[in-house]
Ligand binder design. Structure first.
Ligand code: SAM
Length: 448
């Protein structure tokens, strides 16, 4: 793209020399930063139009006889994804962990490693991701979402690319994952202990995430007890006096126990109000939800916020949205894999708990189809199997990975097989297989 576009500009006659030179300089700078990249749109369309993309099953590698069916597809993910599109498939969740493009030989483009000396490494990476994410977008169901692990090397560019492909209104969150602590930092200036998981919905209005239990039982802020302990649990006090958006109907006098008048903010008028209107306040007095206290000779009034009932005295489970700050250490992922394969054969597998966290966001649906097209050691399938075993779900998982350094055959497949069939871990302990599952192995390729 860069060269052909620059050639055209060089030959164009409707620029002054100054305009031409400055345009070329800006184009070159943008291409190096990855802000413009080789987007050969026709290439994807051409690939997809090839009706003979093939998924060929390798029967000898099938694991298990009957049960929930999962797939491992060996091949370039562009081919694998095209096969899924051609088979008119769709998925609910996509989790991917692509090469981070750190410049340390983690990313191959056109069969060559892209290192830190390559001036166009960002534009190559974005071009590579763009093709694959466009297909991923097509595969996602309307109420589905994609989660992409990434670090500082490409986070900013990936965010812009996803805004373009998924639409910036479908941006859900940038999860920040604490992935290590203590030693082993790769930065000389600041200890970087985080990477990210970018999340986009296919259609934000249709995306539904489950909430998590606020853990009110353990929450230390509920300290106080009264005669309602058995039904309502412990409570803490919330000031009824509130400084927020002003409403006249919430600005009224309350009579303190000694008969004196109390006003929000000590006086009538903006900015303070009570949190509750007069009727709700009277209900609170009648139902023992209100407490008066005297501090330095001045009356204060509080709401009792209970553990197990809401402000209408109805039983509730306190549910809150999951947080964007997450903590799933890389070391746990490495130990999990080492314990299964008995060797340190693959660097930086993600921990299964990270993928289980993503599945928990969809806890309301236990029969989802999950796709991971940078499958690496197969963490996503392992996490799916564990989650199904824990909650009786029937989620299906499709993994796609290339066979670089025999990873698909020797790591992804071996791990998945062991997890389904059972294995002896590195301490010699027998780990029961998750045998209610079947794994089918395919090779993806373009036919002639
Ligand atoms: C960072 S690793 C993923 C690790 C994985 N999340 C885990 O927990 O094990 C990225 C993987 O994507 C694979 N990969 C890279 N480019 C690919 C491509 N074009 N098609 C298929 N797989 C690819 C690599 O072989 C590598 O194993």
């Amino acid at each position: 793209m860069k060269n052909s576009l620059i050639e055209k500009i060089k030959n164009a006659t409707n620029f002054t020399d100054y305009e031409r030179d400055s345009l070329i300089k800006r184009l070159e700078a943008s291409a190096k930063s990855g802000l413009i990249f080789e987007a050969k749109e026709e290439e994807i369309e051409k690939d997809l139009a090839k009706k003979n993309t093939l998924l060929k099953e390798i029967n000898a590698k099938k694991v298990g006889a009957t049960g929930i069916e999962h797939r491992l597809i060996e091949g370039d993910n562009l081919h694998g994804l095209s096969c899924l599109i051609n088979q008119k498939e769709s998925v609910d969740i996509i989790y991917i962990d692509p090469p981070y493009n750190t410049g340390n030989k983690d990313f191959k483009y056109n069969d060559h490693y892209v290192d830190s000396t390559d001036e166009f490494r960002h534009s190559k990476w974005i071009s590579f991701m763009s093709k694959r994410l466009k297909i991923a977008h097509q595969l996602l169901k309307d109420d589905g979402a994609i989660f992409i692990s990434i670090d500082d090397a490409e986070h900013a560019r990936l965010k812009l690319l996803c805004d373009e492909i998924f639409g910036n209104t479908n941006f859900v969150a940038n999860l920040v994952r604490k992935n290590k602590s203590g030693s082993g930092h790769d930065s000389k200036k600041i200890a970087v202990e985080y990477d990210y998981v970018l999340c986009y919905a296919k259609k934000i209005d249709q995306l539904k995430f489950s909430k998590e239990d606020a853990g009110a039982e353990q929450d230390p802020k509920y300290k106080l007890k009264d005669k309602h302990l058995n039904h309502r649990g412990k409570y803490y006090l919330r000031d009824l006096d509130y400084k927020g958006s002003y409403s006249r109907s919430l600005d009224y006098a309350i009579i303190a126990p000694d008969g004196t008048e109390m006003w929000p903010g000590n006086t009538f008028g903006k900015p303070n109000t009570w949190r509750w209107g007069q009727e709700k306040f009277d209900w609170g007095i009648d139902n023992d939800f209100i407490v008066f206290k005297q501090k330095n000779g001045k009356w204060k009034v509080y709401i009792k916020q209970y553990q197990f009932v809401d402000n209408k005295n109805n039983k509730r489970q306190r549910l809150i949205p999951h947080r964007a700050l997450i903590d799933f250490s890389n070391a746990i992922g490495s130990n999990e894999l080492k314990s299964i394969l008995n060797q340190d054969i693959f660097t930086y597998p993600k921990p299964t708990a990270l993928v289980e966290f993503i599945l928990d966001l969809f806890a309301h649906n236990r029969s989802l189809h999950i796709l991971d097209f940078f499958a690496g050691s197969g963490t996503s399938l392992h996490a799916t199997l564990l989650k199904n075993r824990a909650d009786g779900g029937s989620r299906r998982c499709t993994l796609i990975t290339n066979n670089e350094n025999k990873i698909c055959e020797e790591v992804t497949y071996q791990r998945s097989k062991k997890v389904i069939e059972g294995y002896k871990n590195k301490n010699g302990k027998l780990i029961e297989g998750l045998s209610e599952n079947v794994l089918r192995y395919y090779k993806a390729s373009f036919g002639k």
